[in-house]
Design a protein around this ligand. Structure first.
Ligand code: ZN
Ligand code: ZN
Length: 241
């Protein structure tokens, strides 16, 4: 950065110190959200479904996973999609803060690295967006997380999925319609699959920002399994309770 701009930035921060958009506390110059808010990530329930990670009251699996096994094997997440973490994710997605991906990927990594069941997996991919969706937002938050995650871990990031056009946004739809909406929305990029250097038998990590119904992750996992990946592990920032 030009030293003059940096000086002006420092001066501006001195006169108008930046505040955390969540708790209103003063921020360090380079921070977007304060560390205290960043550290307040937790699960609303101690008992979680062993597959999708949703909170449950008893047993090992939630009603939905008991009824029908998802295509993904299990999901690793940092916490529940509740404030302030849900607010942080919204800022990352909707308020043009792509640089938050660095800190968030580190959070993902700390949860991922404690799980021995993922040791043999060497590749990762992410839930894709259509080109117009990406153009509108300026970035695909899941792709940014995947790229940052790949830098921190030794996993190789591969762009193997694509999203077909004309699928309405999931967030605009009621819960029941979301599951139907995603069917057929995602495809394997055949070229990427042909040039894939790894062994699909070892499986793949699939990164997304939030698991809501699990429909999106499931549809992507279905395609990856069809393409020969023996194991698909979801890695998401948060799971909505
Ligand atoms: Zn804060
Ligand atoms: Zn479940």
């Amino acid at each position: 950065m030009n030293p003059l701009f940096r000086l002006l930035g420092d001066l501006e921060n001195f006169i108008f110190p930046p505040f955390c958009p969540i708790c209103d506390n003063k921020l360090k110059r380079t921070d977007i959200i304060c560390q205290r808010c960043f550290d307040k990530v937790y699960f609303v329930s101690r008992k979680k479904c062993k597959i999708c990670g949703k909170p449950i009251k008893s047993g090992k699996f939630c009603a939905s996973c008991r009824k029908e096994n998802p295509f993904f094997d299990f999901v690793i997440s940092c916490g529940s999609y509740v404030p302030p973490f849900s607010d942080i994710i919204k800022i990352f997605k909707y308020r043009n803060r792509p640089s938050l991906s660095k800190k968030l990927a580190r959070k993902l990594y700390s949860h991922y690295s404690s799980r021995s069941a993922v040791r043999n997996i060497n590749y990762l991919t992410w839930v894709p967006m259509t080109k117009p969706e990406k153009r509108e937002r300026g970035y695909n938050q899941s792709q940014l997380l995947a790229e940052e995650f790949s830098q921190i871990s030794s996993l190789i990031s591969t762009n193997i999925l694509c999203k077909a056009a004309n699928i309405p946004s999931q967030t605009a739809l009621p819960y029941e319609k979301r599951l139907i909406n995603v069917r057929g929305a995602y495809k394997i990029r055949e070229k990427a699959l042909k040039s894939f250097k790894g062994n699909p038998e070892n499986g793949i990590i699939l990164i997304d920002d939030v698991l809501t119904t699990g429909g999106t992750l499931n549809e992507c996992a279905r395609r990856l399994k069809e393409a020969g990946f023996k194991k698909v592990v979801g890695l998401v920032l948060a799971i909505s309770p």
